[in-house]
Design a protein. Structure first.
Length: 448
């Protein structure tokens, strides 16, 4: 039976001989096009519309893979199977609250919860309109596409900060947003805000900031140009101070320029303001944690001077806290980065550094070992007045209050109904003696 006319035409087209020169030309143009596209992507921010098209095309595989990947931050390692939720020692009553941002499997996104620790009740749940903040964002970056990577299902709502009026400040390598107690966006500041969020004694917000397009000359487009950002409570960007510049003017550029090139040489993960004078710091000074240098520095923003700095005994640390006028604590990930998979060396530690003696100690070491706390990255440790500590094992989705010896006062597990663990996003302990008005403001807010 003869083929229809249109099929005979298609068969003829497909069976037409191809000249050898055209095949050779095509094979030559493929690598040339790939190299040219790569060059444009590397310097896309200088290539105008062509650069924007190139970076959009380069992101297509990530966009497609993201469509089939669950936004839930599941942990892929080994852990003890435990039901999700809150449990406590009946003999101990914690008067405080925890501010957490777990992933809600029913809503398919993260939420913020104010959890009462005497019984685990959630007294306020916030579902912030992060898409409103993203809609107002206009930056382009090789580091992140907020509309693709940080929409409501994928935004982890990092380190929520509760303010006195009951509103909260949130971000996740995304614009910084302040939301009322009902989740409505009050204001946003465009840019890539990361890691910790803290409020200083004058009300300023101090947040690590990463330039969408790096200011450091000669680096690749996805270089992490970390900076210290000061934002007013009204949502105005007051100041941005690059880490590279801070180190340079304090004679410490060698700490990163004396190493092989890295896209992420600093990894600023915590800015802790001093709320009162100490023995070597003044009210308003900042402790900076640079993970990839294993460096803690005391910085005075009004002068641009580093007053003190120390590398180790912590390794790839997070979460600096001021204990009193002469001591700080540091969550030490104790990670061996030279090993495949960045292996934790046994367990994490919560170290105390005493400026009066220059000595470091590990008061909760038995507790960390007994409870096998070993998050490879991130992690939080908050010393509490009675000697206990609240510890977040971030990747494994576990939050505990424990004694120095390891007695667990209460425990929260972030897990789905199949007991699959999901990462937490930097919980915060709320003390009613200092945070009481803010707690009441958010709990009492009326939402329509």
């Amino acid at each position: 039976m003869p083929l229809p006319q249109e099929e005979r035409g298609l068969e003829g087209l497909l069976s037409r001989p191809v000249p050898l020169w055209s095949l050779a030309l095509a094979l030559l143009l493929v690598p040339v096009a790939a190299i040219g596209t790569g060059a444009i992507v590397d310097g896309w921010e200088k290539s105008g519309a062509v650069g924007r098209v190139a970076i959009a095309l380069a992101r297509v595989p990530d966009t497609i893979s993201g469509m089939f990947k669950s936004p839930a931050p599941y942990y892929g390692g080994k852990y003890e199977k435990l039901p999700g939720g809150f449990t406590r020692d009946a003999a101990f009553t914690d008067p405080g609250y925890a501010l957490i941002s777990p992933f809600d499997v029913k809503r398919k996104r993260s939420v913020v919860q104010v959890m009462r620790l005497s019984d685990g009740a959630v007294v306020r749940e916030l579902v912030p309109d992060v898409d409103a903040a993203n809609a107002a964002s206009h930056f382009s970056s090789a580091l992140v596409d907020v509309h693709r990577d940080k929409d409501a299902p994928r935004n982890r709502l990092m380190h929520p900060l509760l303010l006195a009026d009951g509103s909260m400040v949130l971000h996740d390598s995304s614009p910084l947003g302040r939301y009322d107690a009902c989740g409505k966006l009050l204001w946003s500041v465009d840019g890539i805000f990361t890691h910790s969020t803290e409020q200083g004694p004058d009300g300023s917000l101090w947040v690590p900031f990463r330039y969408p397009v790096p200011r450091e000359p000669g680096v690749k487009a996805d270089f992490w140009d970390d900076s210290v950002a000061q934002v007013s409570p009204a949502g105005k960007l007051v100041k941005v101070d690059r880490v590279a510049d801070i180190l340079e003017r304090n004679g410490l550029a060698r700490l990163w320029r004396g190493r092989p090139y890295l896209q992420d040489p600093f990894h600023l993960n915590d800015i802790q303001p001093a709320m009162a004078d100490g023995q070597i710091w003044k009210k308003g000074d900042l402790f900076l944690s640079l993970r990839n240098l294993s460096l803690i520095a005391l910085y005075r923003p009004e002068t641009g001077k580093i007053l003190w700095w120390k590398i180790g005994p912590w390794r790839f640390q997070h979460d600096v806290s001021i204990i009193d006028d002469h001591r700080i604590s540091v969550f030490d990930n104790n990670t061996l980065m030279g090993y495949p998979g960045e292996r934790v060396n046994g367990h994490n530690r919560l170290l105390v550094y005493d400026f009066a003696t220059g000595a470091s100690s590990s008061p909760w070491d038995k507790g960390f070992a007994a409870n096998h706390i070993a998050t490879r990255a991130q992690g939080r440790g908050t010393p509490l007045p009675n000697g206990d500590a609240m510890v977040e094992e971030t990747e494994q989705g576990r939050l505990v209050r424990m004694s120095p010896e390891g007695a667990v006062r209460w425990r929260y597990i972030s897990a789905d109904s199949a007991e699959r663990r999901m990462a937490l996003s930097w919980a915060r302990y709320l003390d009613p003696t200092t945070d009481g008005p803010a707690i009441q403001a958010t709990v009492n807010a009326k939402c329509s």
